[in-house]
Write a protein that binds this ligand. Structure first.
Ligand code: S3P
Length: 172
């Protein structure tokens, strides 16, 4: 059954937010929005291009605007980008916006899942393992601080993660 509030997925790059979000939207018969795709559609540019031209600051501004507008729409499944939780204002909106599910994952898994990816500019600038470890230290507590549910995705298939989330929505 569709939910009356947004179901919002947060977590680091490579946690499976887009894959799991799409599966959830099918099962719950709710629309799905991938915030990164939404930003690309609105700006008519790819994420790497936005980072190139406007830097991370420009991207974060676009991200905050897209987030605010998507959350103002009727209930959907929303997959956010890994850095969306960095701004307090975004975290406040996410927390108030619906059910927040934190998909957690280890840096080892992230490295496997993002190995061939050229579309994540923040991983192109140095040692990805170091970058992901540094991000995890700052960001993991932020994801956890706004989460209604935390799921460790390391040893679970996307289908099992979806089942856990659906089960949770039926208990609240
Ligand atoms: C980012 C994660 C990306 C995208 C951008 C920045 C981050 O989204 O928003 O490259 O800061 O972690 P995914 O988490 O979907 O890869």
């Amino acid at each position: 059954m569709p939910l009356l509030q947004h179901l919002i997925l947060v977590g680091p790059m490579g946690a499976g937010k887009s894959t799991i979000g799409r599966l959830l939207s099918d099962q719950l018969q709710m629309d799905f929005v991938d915030l990164d795709k939404e930003i690309e559609q609105r700006s008519g540019a790819t994420i790497p291009w936005i980072f190139d031209i406007e830097g991370e600051t420009g991207f974060r501004e676009r991200e905050s605007i897209a987030l605010e507008e998507v959350l103002a729409e009727p209930a959907k499944v929303v997959a956010t980008g890994g850095g969306c939780v960095l701004k307090l204002d975004n975290r406040t909106k996410l927390e108030a916006g619906g059910l927040v599910v934190y998909l957690s994952t280890s840096v080892e898994q992230q490295l496997i899942r993002t190995a061939k990816d050229k579309n994540r500019p923040l991983l192109q600038t140095g040692n990805p393992e170091q970058i992901l470890n540094d991000m995890a230290k700052v960001r993991n507590p932020l994801y956890a601080s706004i989460a209604d549910l935390i799921i460790d995705t390391n040893a679970k298939s996307p289908k099992l993660v979806v089942q856990d989330i659906i089960h949770f929505t039926q208990t609240i």
